[in-house]
Design a protein around this ligand. Sequence first.
Ligand SMILES: [Zn+2]
Length: 209
Amino acid sequence: MPKNVDQESIVLCRSCDLAVQRRALPSNVRALCPRCHTALYDVPYCSINGMLALCITALLFFIPANFLPVLEIHFLGSIRATTVYETAIAVWAQGYWIVAVAVIASAVIAPGLLILSILLQIIIVKNKLHSYFWQRTYRRLLKNQALLTQLSMLEIYVISFLVAAFNLSDFADIYLGMGTFCFGMLFLVILFLQREYNLEHMWKLTHDE
Ligand SMILES: [Zn+2]
């Protein structure tokens, strides 16, 4: 192996252990092992413009998801609609303040920060902001990325209010509100965003002074 070959650019084939030099690929093309044709890697990862579109879409769903009613309960002629905040406040009032804090942190704050963090990273990369201040901000965002990803647990929230809706549906009419739809869409968009996002690749886009 020549000495100037970057260690990171070598991929080992999972099936036959052949060392293959990683090369830039056009999008939607998959690299195959030349010896046994096992798929090695594909590179639609981290398309900056794709992630920008996903971030903007996520922000568009984020606001209605949090401010529109997620559940509408029709019970004996009375109608109650609740938003995420009202749910958290009601849970807090019943004494389960840890649950309320967990709901707000994992369903509202963490996903919000996650979207804003990725958006800011994209803006820094796209506008080639190479000054010390922006590069320092960029590194800080990357260091906190894993924590934000772990804290965002929208899926648990989506599942829990669907379970609540089905349980209540025995004795009340339950309608899923526009907020539920936006929450579901937000969940899907963030899922795609996280699939597209590649932390290792984002680190390679840092610039040293
Ligand atoms: Zn192979």
